[in-house]
Design a protein around this ligand. Structure first.
Ligand SMILES: Cc1cc2nc3c(=O)[nH]c(=O)nc-3n(C[C@H](O)[C@H](O)[C@H](O)COP(=O)(O)OP(=O)(O)OC[C@H]3O[C@@H](n4cnc5c(N)ncnc54)[C@H](O)[C@@H]3O)c2cc1C
Ligand code: SF4
Ligand code: SF4
Length: 389
């Protein structure tokens, strides 16, 4: 018998020793950090802070012993923050592997998925109040009412009905709380930060709603075994996203240049232009190019448009206005959508009804991937043409 005939010894993955020091250097100060706050909620020693404020949205170390770039607990072996970070090292193939049993192929810029359809809530109120078809709110309400989840980490609005537009993380446990957060704010909301409140309220089975950057947190945590925080996240609902804006866009652009007062804005959407509806019925469009200067810093290198690691990803692109473009990725996502269709909670039609939307999603996904720097882990650029030297 030769060596090649013998069963090869199973190779153990190398021990994961990466801590805050590596996270700080490779993600936070390199520009890869999206501000998703996955590291913040995973820290068992509560030493990672986060300012959910304009111009901030970044984690920082709360202890001063070793300076901002090192952690005494990390030096002693704690690795939770790097295990939780969906931008650290090979995050993309690891999350793919965990969810789908394989990494995405070069011809899958929008990630791996099972079905694409167009959906909308059958309940008129949910449909009206939702951003596109109201699907996300309908899913949360249905899953809460059917015991699939007991809470959702979602985004609420500071100031609520008073005309506030500051997106803040919050917990929803019933229809009213879900509907309080319906619609899109195009500024950042690190919905993960609602996790401690959810746990304090005794909630054990959570949905996480979030932009693409946030939907990779769960799968990365599950793969890298951040059990305490990862396990309660049972359902992952993604919002397609090409960027979010700094909150200062309201005062510095909309109000100063166009006299659109924040407290008078009724609804916003992005469809090639920034669409703004005012409470008095007026409608305005602002050129997106003009808004670029207010792009949130954490979005500059983000490669994921299509929320590739969600159970169900949702967007509003395409001709079918007021329908939610629905990308079903996992078996859990498929079962939920099938049941909701069967029960008549949502209406649906095949994604082929709007082929332009799917083609546009792939184009926008490719465009986002071009933002991922060549010096970072290569996987997120898979499928892009080689860069000229
Ligand atoms: C910042 C941002 C950028 C987006 N960019 C695109 C895009 O480029 N192309 C595209 O097709 N779709 C984009 N979307 C998604 C789109 O706006 C809708 O959210 C999606 O189609 C679902 O619509 P719905 O009617 O089913 O959801 P709804 O039923 O209205 O539910 C929306 C859910 O999103 C949550 N939410 C709202 N604002 C935020 C926020 N700022 N952060 C985190 N959660 C939030 C709400 O709390 C609610 O749970 C973006 C969304 C956001 C928040
Ligand atoms: S990307 Fe998220 S998890 Fe990673 S360092 Fe930034 S905030 Fe923390
Ligand atoms: S572009 Fe969207 S998904 Fe990417 S970091 Fe910004 S907010 Fe997150």
């Amino acid at each position: 018998m030769t060596m090649t005939d013998a069963a090869a010894p199973a190779t153990k993955p190398p021990r994961w020793t990466h801590q805050w020091k590596e996270l700080y250097e490779e993600v936070i100060t390199s520009g890869l950090c999206t501000g998703c706050a996955g590291c913040v909620i995973s820290c068992p020693h509560d030493v990672i802070g986060y300012k959910h404020e304009p111009g901030e949205y970044k984690p920082f170390h709360l202890e001063e012993e070793l300076g901002p770039d090192n952690c005494i607990h990390g030096e002693k072996g704690c690795t939770s923050c790097t295990r939780a970070c969906p931008r650290f090292r090979a995050w993309e193939p690891e999350a793919d592997e965990h969810l789908f049993g394989r990494a995405r192929h070069a011809d899958e810029p929008s990630g791996i998925y099972k079905d694409v359809l167009l959906t909308r809530a059958s309940d008129d109120f949910v449909y009206e109040i939702g951003q596109d078809g109201g699907l996300v709110s309908a899913i949360l309400i249905w899953c809460l009412e059917n015991g699939i989840i007991d809470g959702a980490l979602t985004s609420l609005v500071e100031g609520g009905d008073e005309g506030g537009w500051k997106a803040v993380p919050g917990v929803a446990t019933d229809r009213d709380e879900v509907l309080r957060g319906a619609g899109s704010r195009y500024t950042y909301s690190a919905n993960t930060l609602a996790f401690p409140e959810a746990r304090e309220r005794g909630l054990e089975n959570l949905a996480l709603v979030g932009m693409s950057c946030q939907t990779s947190i769960g799968p990365v945590m599950w793969h890298r075994k951040v059990g305490k925080v990862g396990k309660p996240i049972k359902l992952n609902i993604g919002l397609l996203c090409s960027k979010s804006f700094d909150d200062s866009i309201f005062d510095e652009l909309f109000e100063t240049k166009y006299a659109l007062a924040k407290d008078q804005i009724a609804k916003m959407n992005i469809k090639g232009v920034f669409q703004i509806w005012m409470k008095n019925g007026d409608y305005h469009e602002v050129n997106l190019k003009e808004c670029h200067a207010w792009t949130r810093e954490g979005c500059n290198h983000c490669p994921d448009f299509a929320a590739e690691h969600a159970d169900i990803s949702t967007g509003g692109i395409g001709d079918a206005t007021d329908w939610t473009l629905t990308i079903v990725r996992t078996e859990l996502g498929r079962q939920i959508i099938i049941k909701m269709l069967e029960e008549g909670v949502i209406e649906g039609k095949p994604g082929d009804a709007d082929p332009g939307a799917i083609a546009l999603m792939h184009r926008l996904a490719t465009k986002s991937r071009e933002r991922w720097p060549g010096w970072a882990a290569v996987d997120a650029r898979l499928g892009l043409p080689e860069r000229k030297p």
